[in-house]
Every structure is written in structure tokens, then in C-alpha cells.
Design a protein around this ligand. Sequence first.
Ligand SMILES: *Cc1c(COP(=O)(O)O)cnc(C)c1O
Length: 371
Amino acid sequence: MQFIDLQEQQSVVKEQLMANIAGVLAHGKYINGPEVAKLEQTLAGYVGTKFALGCASGTDALLMSLMAHGITKGDAIFTTPFTFIATAEVISLLGATPVFVDIHPDTFNMDTEKLIQSIEKVIKNGEYKPKGIIPVDIFGQPADYDEINDIAGRYNLFVLEDAAQSFGARYKGRRAGSLTHAAATSFFPAKPLGCYGDGGMVFTDDEEFYDRLVSIRIHGKGRDKYDNVRIGLNGRLDTMQAAVLLAKFTVFENELKKRQIAAEYYSDALNSICRCPYVKEHNVSAWAQYSIMHEKRDKIAESLKAKNIPTAIYYPKPLHLQQAFSYLGYRKGDFKVSEQVSERIISLPMHPYLKSEVQNEISDAVRQALS
Ligand SMILES: *Cc1c(COP(=O)(O)O)cnc(C)c1O
């Protein structure tokens, strides 16, 4: 059994995939080939933003966005400790300071009340200048953007949506990626829309911001790549990966529906024995993960492993307790909700091609582990 079955998906898109790859091999434009622009146009249209910029990874999409905002030493960026390290790592890379805000126990997304408290505290302390917020759409569910955008407006901060897990999700009818000033997504193979390597994208309506990103993506280019007007990096999306994504995107909408059905099927089977994912009424999750909570999480993992059912723990250690961030001076107990969720969360196999018989087998195994 696969945790995420990419082989099954490949067989569904095989013909288009092979045609697209053959197309790239034929024209040979491996860097900045026409597939990149076509993908950017297609996905900007899908998400509902004016601009989309292909990047080498989701991490680069976040990093380049912060660079385009001019983030540097002395700046404070607010995010949650219950996320993949990339979200906060890019803040530190630029010399700025990640300020963690605990998550809401229902959705595991940023707690907006605590966000306000945290911003006030940083202002009062005066050591760092609050500049921006990176909410994470954890497991595929958008954060509370109306509240977050409102708070950002009050304190004059930018918002950068970490949509690495939520491509395809909806918030009040609008797609993840279009919910705030800019968004970064990832095409890592295991994400809802994944390529066959690394890839990412930034979405925005802000033309000046987009122009800066175009420059940053190619070593801070000005008129051309040998005219360098700022410090940038090599942050391009490969043409080959764009070709793969164009093929996979043809079945993406259908896959989202299948994920939704699989998630509901799990919840019906497991609701009475563990805490199943809570998705707000105005949200549609992209179901990057289907994660349940139970005090006997380790027992579930062990028991399923013995039956060759793969599980995963996202995330076993919140970021404020990671050695890499020890210099920030946080301690155990600082973000209690994140800590508690890290101790109880476990993710079950989730992908569009999950059959109900397999889900029955998984649910039965969870039930047996807890009996
Ligand atoms: C995967 C992920 C990233 C990083 O994306 P990469 O493409 O692996 O660099 C950033 N943030 C979150 C929340 C992620 O899940």
C-alpha cells in the first residue's frame, strides 16, 4: 500500500504526459521554455490572480516573495510553529526573525486572537519591526483570511499565504493562492498538484511585486541577465517540470473531487473513535493530508505498520522546539496547542486513487489498534 499513490495517477495521465515530455525534448528549450509561461498563465487563471511566477521549489517561492518585500535583519515575520520548516527557515535565511503564533485547536491554522497579541508584544518590545504574516494552510485547509487581512491592514503588514499544501482549496468560494497580497505554493511530488522533481509558484495581483520577482528569479536581472540590479538567485522552474504539471493539471479538478470523497469516507468510518479533521463550512480543503488525532497515536502507527499500512506524522516537533531555532529562545510550553497536536496527530494514506476497500482496511486497523 502507498501513502500517496503516484503510479496510479501516472497511468491516468500517461498519454498526455509522454506527449508533453516529448514536446520539450523536441524543442530543447530546457530553461524558460514555452511550457513555463503556459503553465503560469493556466494556473493564474485557475487560481484567479493576474500573475503567476514559476519557481524552483515552494521554499524558493516563499524566499523570493520575502526578498521582493525587502525583508532583512531587524524585521519580524509572524507565522505558526506547526508547519514544515521551510515556512520559517526563509525568514531566518534573510536575517529576519520568525515570531511564532500558536494554532487554533480546531483547524491547526494560525489563531488570529493570538496573532494580535503577538504583534502587540513585538511592537511594545521594540526590538524588531513587524513587517509581515505568513499564514499556513495546513493539510490543505485555508487559514482565516478575512480576519488575517484585516489585522494586517490595521498594523500595516503584508500577508504571504503559504499555500504549499492547499493548491486547489477554496475559502468562501475563492481559490487558495488568491486570498491575500501574494501566495506561495509547492509542486513537490507529494503535494496536491505535484511534478516529478522540485517546483513551486508565486501568485499575486500586484504588478510591481511581480516585476521584482521576475528579476529576483534570474539573479536580480535588469534589462537582461548580465545587467544585475539587485541580489537575486537562480529560482527558475524547469521546462520539463512545467510540461509534467500541464499534463497532471488536466485531471486535477477531478482528483480534488476524489480526495473530497475519500476524506468523507474516512470521517464516516472514524468519527466515533478518534478526532477527524474539522473543515470550516466556508472552506473546501485540498486534502494534502488526512490527519486524525488520538492520545494513542504511537500505538496506531505501530499497529498499522505491522499490517504494512503506511502512516506519517506531520509534525512530530513544532518549530519553536527545533534545534535550528534554539537561538530564538523559545521553550517547551510556549505554544501549547502546537505541542499537544504534535503529540497526537497522525496522517493516514490519502490520494485521489484510494479505493473504499482499502480505506475499510485502514479504518479497521485503526479501530483494532484502539480496541
Ligand atoms: C512542502 C512545504 C513547503 C516547501 O515546499 P518545497 O517545494 O518542498 O520547497 C513550504 N511550506 C509548507 C507548509 C509545505 O508543506
